[in-house]
Design a protein around this ligand. Sequence first.
Ligand code: ZN
Length: 140
Amino acid sequence: MNKIEHIGIAVKSLENSNELFSKLFGVPSYKTETVESENVKTSFFKVGTNKIELLEATNEDSPIAKFIAKKGEGIHHIAFDVDDIVAEVKRLTNAGFVVLNDPEVSGLKKGADNKLVVFLHPKTTNGVLIELCQEIVLKE
Ligand code: ZN
């Protein structure tokens, strides 16, 4: 793993939270993106070299809706940048971690911000939802 790519925060209203976090960080959100497959609407902030992702559920089936119903708003996941997501998943599953979407089984999933993503089950990571992400490099 290279570094923390971003921290994800579950919010009830992206509109309200965009305003709140712009005030907090002193910069506006630079991007909003809906990820249909995950039933979420996301918004990104750059704070120095760090990135914060806000996530709002687009319907009741969204993992974010379930998270907020159970735990309320707050830190949802920590995402780590990796070079080779398939190799990293193999390394981690061999080490006993459980992935929520195994690329070998369901194929690679595209997340927000032009990334391939895999989530590790929080039951194997002390309750912390870990996202692995690999930047999709577009070939010319
Ligand atoms: Zn994320």
